[in-house]
Design a binder for this molecule. Structure first.
Ligand code: ACM
Length: 638
């Protein structure tokens, strides 16, 4: 009996003595400062949001209402006065807290009160995003979920962004995405505190925005032949194939998208990509070209039009450029920029400038005459002449001029801002010249690149895995950070045919970029980040947002032993996984051999199949790697 009493006493005290560690928070992007407190805030059965700023805080209120009502089924009401009982309070500071700026917030969660304070509505909005991430994953459900403890841990968070430009680029040309899909993209991006949507609106494969007075841009330029497969290598379309695939945004659509974005604190940067990447415009108005054959040109449907075998700039097989020696081009661009400036309130217009082939220019008498007249010595200087004239047009509409880093070649226009995509060096050079810079290097921030091995993904010419993306540093020590406006990830859509694949390509890499552009550099850590990614995978499972599980797939590297046989090395970017494999054409699971040292395919084996597990749980996908493919990747036999 005595023993039992002692045991009971021990049990009674065991709670406080061996208090469970608090479950880790999984906030993406990582806030500036987080202090854990004891206790939890439980959502009451009737949820009250107290605020005297209902109108300016409509976006935040709507967001909280939507999450709480959809997921919990509980009612949410707004109160202008302090209600009895636990509630959520949203407060716009009457005296600004300088540290928070325009987008920062303070979020304090206690047992009976949640308070979000900010200097401006954007800050409150970002505070609500963080608050929702504190609740269990089921808060992401579109329908009520029973049996969940709707609790948020007590915390005191102070948070504000590292950069004012936190961008995602969406290419709506190579594949057209509807107005509702663009809105969905915006809904997804703001969850991770992105504030800039760069819309790539024109290219060889389409012109996606209505321009009054230039109807052929959308009657002709917005449409191509529908093709499925590996974009870039399609058979050239025949004249009888219907050109019914594509679409465009009317000016009313654009106004609606801009308003939708603005309501969620997102600016839209429109891009009209000239003078290269302009086949849709040329097919619509061949007089914009200096190449007589342009009258026969058609909008590209994904067939080969460039020869990249000699590197950049490419050799064009059709002249997809606007002609810099043609005055009609500048009149055309004046009309386009004028209407763009009216439609998009954002300060900047992006004019592309990338990958302009020069080979047709070399055969064009008008260009030769222009060079003589203007004293231009190189074809890069011809492009620079074009950019400087275009800069004047853009500025005459009250906008700032931005382009890809090729606009540095041949001399940068006087006030141009540069978006650095060919690595960081263009951005560094522009900053040295005291020009504004946005970093979006393909090496870290090209979300169209493959996330897993090429045998697993739609084929793109390069790979970018999550861990490398997480290393993105928009303002390294070697650059004058004053000129770095921020960073951006780019989603080109040649191989992206539908919106589910858009999500697959964005996430989880856009989590990584979000931390690079929002969180203090000192707060970034891969080992802290990856568990949060997994927590957000679970949230996405609830919200049915697609993401890529490629991070669990091993990377293959192939060497050749001195005797000529292959040595296949497998590595995962996630700790603690086992890779199981077989060469016998069956389907490995965790009872198959575990990879420990480089593998040599047995003579006559045709496939290596691998799969990753964490303990008993399959996490990676089954990868079937042809031995023939490994042979191709290995160094040549001596
Ligand atoms: C680019 O990726 N061509 C800007």
């Amino acid at each position: 009996m005595k023993k039992l009493i002692l045991f009971t006493i021990l049990i009674a005290f065991a709670g406080p003595l061996t208090a469970q560690p608090k479950p880790a928070l999984a906030l993406i992007p990582e806030p500036v400062s987080v202090t854990r407190k004891t206790g939890v805030f439980s959502l009451p059965s009737s949820i009250v949001i107290e605020t005297t700023d209902e109108r300016p805080l409509a976006a935040s209120i709507n967001f909280l209402k939507q999450r709480f009502t959809q997921a919990t089924g509980r009612s949410v009401r707004i109160s202008r006065t302090v209600p009895a009982g636990p509630h959520i309070q949203l407060v716009l500071n009457r005296t600004p807290d300088a540290k928070l700026g325009k987008e920062g917030y303070r979020l304090v969660v206690t047992g009976n009160l949640v308070t979000i304070r900010a200097n401006a509505p954007a800050g409150i909005f970002y505070g609500t995003q963080t608050l929702v991430q504190l609740f269990p994953k089921e808060i992401e459900s579109a329908v009520p979920v029973a049996g969940v403890r709707w609790e948020a841990p007590a915390v005191d968070i102070t948070d504000y962004p590292r950069f004012g430009w936190r961008g995602l680029m969406f290419d709506v040309v190579r594949h057209y995405f509807t107005k509702d899909e663009v809105k969905h993209f915006i809904d997804d991006m703001v969850r991770y505190k992105y504030n800039l949507l760069h819309l790539h609106l024109t290219d060889d494969e389409g012109w996606r925005i209505e321009i009054k007075g230039l109807p052929r841009l959308t009657e002709v330029g917005a449409w191509r032949v529908e093709k499925i497969g590996s974009f870039g290598a399609f058979t050239p379309p025949t004249p009888d194939e219907p050109r019914t695939y594509g679409g465009f945004y009317t000016q009313d659509d654009i106004r609606e998208i801009v308003r939708y974005a603005k309501d969620r604190f997102v600016d839209i940067l429109p891009e009209i990509d000239v003078p290269g990447h302009s086949l849709a415009a040329v097919a619509s108005y061949p007089e914009l070209s200096c190449t007589p054959e342009a009258k026969n040109y058609l909008v590209r449907s994904g067939e080969r039009i460039m020869d990249w075998s000699h590197g950049a700039p490419p050799i064009a097989l059709v002249d997809n450029t606007l002609c810099p020696a043609n005055e009609k081009v500048y009149a055309f661009l004046d009309t386009v920029m004028s209407q763009l400036a009216q439609l998009f309130p954002f300060d900047y217009i992006h004019v592309g400038g990338d990958e302009t082939p020069k080979n047709f220019w070399k055969q064009t008498p008008e260009i030769t005459a222009l060079m003589q007249r203007e004293g231009l010595k190189t074809y890069e200087e011809v492009q620079s002449y074009f950019e400087k004239r275009l800069e004047k047009i853009v500025e005459s509409k009250g906008k700032k001029f931005m382009g890809w880093d090729e606009i540095l070649e041949g001399g940068l226009a006087p006030s141009a801002a540069v978006m650095s995509w060919r690595g960081m060096k263009g951005g560094m050079e522009a900053a040295r010249l005291k020009h504004e810079v946005v970093m979006s290097p393909s090496t870290y921030a090209y979300l169209d690149y493959m996330q897993s091995d090429a045998v697993m993904e739609p084929r793109v010419y390069a790979s970018l895995r999550l861990r490398k993306t997480y290393e993105f540093e928009p303002a390294p020590d070697s650059i004058d950070a004053r000129y770095v406006k921020g960073g951006q990830a780019n989603l080109w859509t040649e191989q992206i045919y539908n919106f589910r694949q858009v999500q697959y390509m964005l996430w989880p890499r856009a989590f990584a970029i979000a931390e690079s552009v929002w969180s203090p550099a000192s707060k970034k850590s891969w080992s802290a980040f990856f568990p949060k990614v997994e927590a957000h995978f679970n949230r996405f499972n609830v919200s049915e947002t697609k993401y890529s599980p490629a991070v669990y797939d091993p990377a293959f590297s192939v060497k050749r032993a001195p005797d000529g046989t292959l040595r296949v090395e497998l590595a995962t970017e996630v700790e603690g996984l086992d890779i199981h494999y077989t060469f016998d054409n069956s389907f490995p699971d965790r009872f198959y051999p575990t990879y420990t040292t480089p593998l040599t395919p047995p003579k006559d084996a045709t496939t290596l199949r691998v799969i990753t597990y964490r303990g008993k749980t399959q996490v990676g996908r089954l990868i079937t790697m042809p031995v023939e493919e490994l042979e191709k990747r290995a160094p040549k036999k001596k």
